[in-house]
Design a protein around this ligand. Structure first.
Ligand code: LLP
Length: 421
């Protein structure tokens, strides 16, 4: 459920008229609903209320400071994957003991800054990384809390580019080698083992792959405990999917997911961490764009928008489907027509949808891409020297620009021309 609905014939974000925001901010822009973000976070928090837990928002999904601040105020932890994300989480007021650090290539500088600023745990991805963390911790005279990410060799049944839990993927250590790696970790002076970490992929629309992975983690917990390790925490990753098309069958809800976690690992008495990103931010955001031209092509009509692949890369990169709706509510009886919906970037890949049935539209009309809150703004670039798209947040009847559109000068002045040119 989200808070983007038509009122009086116009799409609203909470109680704010989207067309009025467009008139003030200009298009294209990302638009988030504060209540939707919070609602999604709380669903996870409640789904795990049967035991001690921390929901660590995977901030890679949408990392604007306003979004982080809103979630931090709700008590969210953060899952970070870079020094930049760590700095953003701290700047949003998230205490170190609510930040977990994931990612396959943590550098010595990133490890050091997290140890100095405070960290709940590092999710270790490899043996060399584990040794590096121990070394940095020892040099600082501290002990680094770690969980080791195990790769359970489970097929997440999602798009190949976002599946991470098969043995051929670069993530984690093979679960079959876990005992040996935990033994080495226990012997390293700068580390304190606190748990096990697993994440098998993103946009999962079934619970079975989670169930297989979590059962393996439960078994491993018992084995490692028998080996003498203290496993007090299980980080079960993110990955629960969202409905991108309204017509599709809805993926399982956070409640079902929380119940599955209780069923598979609840008996172990561990503190549970999860790292959802997409489900919190995805349906809490729109990308709003204007039709620049309607071009009648050979056997098809193109809807040329002012948003492009550099603003929302998901269709080009993952063949992702996003619902695209007119901001002015169409008459119920209107006959739809098929459009190829494209951006102005000079690549054929800059195509959002082919033969998409839409009510007839004309230049100047506004459209909104739904489910664009996660992996939207954060994956945007300035390709074709199109300045980064701004972000706006709506809450009740108010809205604010939470990242301004850079001017051409601001964009150009980030470059420097050496004086010897
Ligand atoms: N934890 C780890 C270790 C991850 O790698 C990810 C996502 C998450 C949590 C959050 O997963 P989520 O709950 O959002 O599914 N750009 C792609 C998605 C990449 C996901 C990468 N890792 C897309 O637009 O679909």
């Amino acid at each position: 459920m989200d808070h983007f609905i038509y009122h009086d014939g116009v799409l609203h974000a909470e109680d704010v008229n989207v067309a009025e925001i467009a008139a003030q901010v200009g298009t294209p822009f990302y638009l988030y609903s504060h209540s939707t973000l919070l609602r999604h976070f709380r669903l996870f928090d409640e789904a795990l209320s049967w035991g001690p837990h921390l929901v660590c928002y995977a901030m890679k999904a949408a990392s604007n400071q306003a979004i982080l601040t809103a979630l931090a105020a709700e008590g969210a932890g953060m899952d970070v994957v870079s020094g930049g994300e760590y700095a953003r989480a701290k700047a949003a007021g998230v205490p170190g003991d609510r930040i977990v650090f994931s990612g396959v290539g943590k550098t010595v500088e990133e490890i050091r800054s997290a140890l100095e600023g405070g960290i709940r745990q590092f999710n270790v991805e490899s043996e060399p990384e584990m040794r590096a963390i121990s070394q940095v911790a020892t040099s600082l005279g501290v002990v680094a809390p770690i969980a080791i990410r195990v790769n359970p060799d489970v097929d997440a049944k999602t798009h190949a580019k976002i599946a991470t839990g098969k043995s051929e993927n670069k993530f984690g250590i093979p679960i079959a080698r876990a005992r040996e790696v935990y033994a080495e970790a226990a012997a390293l002076p700068g580390l304190k083992i606190v748990g096990i970490d697993v994440h098998i992929g993103s946009q999962l629309t079934q619970l079975e792959p989670f169930e297989m992975a979590y059962n393996k983690v439960a078994e491993l917990t018992e084995t490692l405990r028998a080996d003498g390790h203290e496993i007090i925490r299980l980080d079960l990753g993110g990955g629960l999917g969202i409905p991108y098309a309204r017509s599709n069958e809805a993926p399982p809800l956070p409640t079902d997911y929380g119940a599955l976690i209780q069923r598979t690992v609840g008996h172990l008495g561990c503190e549970i961490e999860i790292e959802p990103g997409r489900l919190i931010a995805g349906n809490a955001g729109l990308l709003v764009s204007e039709v620049v031209y309607v071009k009648n092509g050979e056997g098809r009509d193109f809807l040329i928008l002012d948003a492009a692949m550099n603003d929302l890369i998901r269709p080009a990169m993952y063949d992702a489907y996003h619902d695209i709706v007119p901001v002015i509510e169409p008459e119920a009886a209107v006959e739809t027509v098929p459009y190829d919906i494209v951006g102005p970037v000079c690549e054929s890949g800059d195509t959002f949808a082919k033969a998409r049935e839409m009510p007839p539209l004309k230049a100047g009309d506004l459209v909104a891409f739904r489910s664009a809150g996660a992996y939207g703004a954060v994956m945007a670039s300035e390709y074709n020297s199109r300045p980064l798209v701004p972000e706006v947040m709506a809450k009740d009847d108010q809205f604010a620009v939470i990242r301004a559109r850079p001017s051409f000068d601001e964009m150009i002045n980030r470059d420097t021309v050496p004086e010897w040119l």
